[in-house]
Design a protein around this ligand. Structure first.
Ligand code: PGA
Length: 238
């Protein structure tokens, strides 16, 4: 595990963006695993700027998103589909992008087809992850067992609570999601985790204490041979 310490959110986002510029220069047809949430917004902004300035080109690259609420309409303002197109995919030029379909009539089959598409693309070169305040990655919530493939899963109460800020009062909030599993995550050649802000401090302490905690899904990533964390001072608490 490599830890890159940054002064603040902006430096974290710039440092992450440099990773992508380098990767796509080296391998223009990279397969990127992408994440949602508030943490990667700065990275996406920097990548859109780099694309507009001609510094990065995604025309040969493909992307697969980590997760999506289920059920949710693609054009719901809080769907991860909407988030991705508003903040990133709609502003750059990926050859192909796939996001688990929150409208799928048969979610199990959707997950099987999603994993087939990842394999057909040659697997993920660089998977971007955030971390939940409860240690989840994607929607792999703390549990005594973890599913390997992309799957339909119930959200933890703490996740529903954390994400309720995005839904209007009285609006139906999804209680389940389609998410890549630990098999997909570990099969990714490289993993890049972004962590920012004081709210992540308690979970960061457990992530970085040189132990694997079965109730902190992200801590299992320390077993991955190419796992990098870019973290800001507020999250580190130093
Ligand atoms: P956040 O979400 O980036 O909004 O903190 C991260 C996550 O829940 O994985």
């Amino acid at each position: 595990m490599i830890i890159i310490r940054c002064e603040d959110y902006d430096e974290m986002s710039c440092t992450a963006a440099e990773y992508y510029v380098e990767l796509l220069q080296k391998k223009p047809n990279s397969v990127l695993g992408l994440a949602t949430g508030s943490t990667p917004l700065g990275l996406y902004e920097k990548l859109v700027e780099a694309y507009e300035d001609g510094v990065i080109d995604f025309s040969q690259a493909r992307s697969f998103n980590l997760d999506e609420y289920y059920p949710i309409e693609k054009n719901h303002p809080q769907s991860y589909h909407s988030y991705m197109y508003e903040n990133f995919l709609g502003k750059v030029n990926f050859q192909e992008s796939q996001i688990p379909n929150g409208e799928a009539a048969d979610p199990e089959n959707e997950c099987i087809e999603f994993d087939k598409a990842i394999n057909l693309a040659g697997g993920i070169d660089l998977l971007l992850l955030g971390i939940g305040t409860n240690g989840h990655i994607g929607f792999n919530e703390p549990s005594i067992s973890y599913t390997l493939a992309t799957h339909l899963t119930e959200l933890a109460e703490s996740t529903i609570e954390a994400n309720s800020r995005f839904f209007a009062d009285g609006e139906l909030q999804p209680r389940a999601a389609l998410t890549m599993g630990f098999g997909n995550i570990f099969a990714s050649k490289s993993i890049l985790m972004l962590i920012s802000g004081a709210s992540k401090r308690p979970i960061v302490q457990r992530l970085l204490d040189d132990k694997i905690h079965t109730d902190v899904p992200a801590s299992l990533l320390s077993l991955h041979p190419d796992f990098t964390i870019i973290i800001d001072r507020e999250a580190l608490g130093d």
